[in-house]
Design a protein around this ligand. Structure first.
Ligand code: ADP
Ligand code: MG
Length: 267
């Protein structure tokens, strides 16, 4: 196994076979790659994954799927198109009248999100109209794209993170935001515990990973009064939190998936 910093890869395309150069050397043909792409280098990471895909290397995450998941609006559009339940969501452009927007997601409070938020930074609960307006204006001034979302209050700061590998849920945890906070990100001080999903939730989560064409995914949902609402899909989910909480060797499951996929190709 080789660990390669994808931000230092040179991609050669044109005449001849596509190649990847690293530190001046041409990389050999690998059987498989496990992309671990940080949020600040999504485009570059996707280009590297795509290059390996052109070289017929099996990738645990598909380049297009990664791009789709990194944009919250595109991801939710895709899910909604396929009939998956999500919190009611509106994308807002600068200067828009916010009254109809806020009433269309069920009124105040509303959740305002940057399309490329991670670790909960860029997710805000606006309790008053003025507050929502000022927040959205500030984001637009910074040229950030935002969505306004129905606030699912009954979850009381909890959400579920389920990990899917090869079409099956292999681990799941329930995260609880710290006191006074609605965001249940571990990076925002939330705590987590192992959770068993219902049959319906298992099916929902596997279906979402399949729709997004991800062999390995972290699917986050809210246990609302009207059932599971998908909030986001992670194409490069962190493992430390979930492995620590569930004591399940998720990385091992990913390796097993690669062994299976590569064996099938070899036969
Ligand atoms: N519509 C919502 N209703 C209630 N809580 C929400 C809603 N959207 C997000 N949250 C809370 O905020 C957290 C962060 O939101 P999320 O969309 O996952 O952004 P990020 O990608 O930054 O983690 C979620 O884990 C959840 O606890
Ligand atoms: Mg999140």
């Amino acid at each position: 196994m080789h660990i390669i910093d994808h931000t230092r890869c040179l991609l050669s395309i044109g005449r001849g076979r596509p190649q990847v150069y690293y530190d001046g050397y041409q990389l050999p043909l690998f059987d498989a790659i496990i992309p671990r792409i940080g949020a600040s280098v999504t485009q570059q990471g996707a280009a590297v994954i795509n290059q390996f895909e052109l070289m017929r290397t099996f990738s645990v995450a598909n380049a297009d799927a990664l791009l789709q998941c990194r944009d919250k609006l595109r991801c939710l559009q895709k899910l909604a198109q396929k009939g998956i339940a999500i919190p009611q969501t509106v994308s807002v452009v600068s200067g828009e009248d916010l009254f109809p927007v806020i009433s269309s997601v069920g009124g105040l409070p509303v959740v305002i999100k940057l399309l490329e938020s991670t670790h909960g930074v860029g997710v805000i609960l606006a309790e008053t109209f003025r507050n929502a307006e000022a927040t959205i204006e500030a984001f637009h001034r910074l040229k950030e794209r935002v969505i306004v979302q129905e606030f699912i209050k009954e979850v009381k700061g909890t959400d579920i993170r389920a990990i899917v590998v090869g079409g099956k849920v292999v681990a799941a945890m329930k995260r609880q935001a710290k006191a006074g906070e609605f965001r249940s990100n571990l990076h925002r001080g939330a705590t987590a515990e192992k959770v068993v999903l219902t049959e319906a939730e298992n099916q929902l989560v596997s279906q979402v990973a399949k729709l997004m064409k991800l062999n390995f995914a972290g699917v986050d949902f809210l246990r609302s009064n009207r059932g599971g609402l998908i909030m986001e899909v992670n194409a490069s989910p962190g493992l430390e939190g979930i492995e620590g909480v569930t004591e399940i060797d998720v990385a091992g499951k990913v390796i097993e998936l690669i062994e299976k996929e590569c064996k099938e190709v070899a036969i």
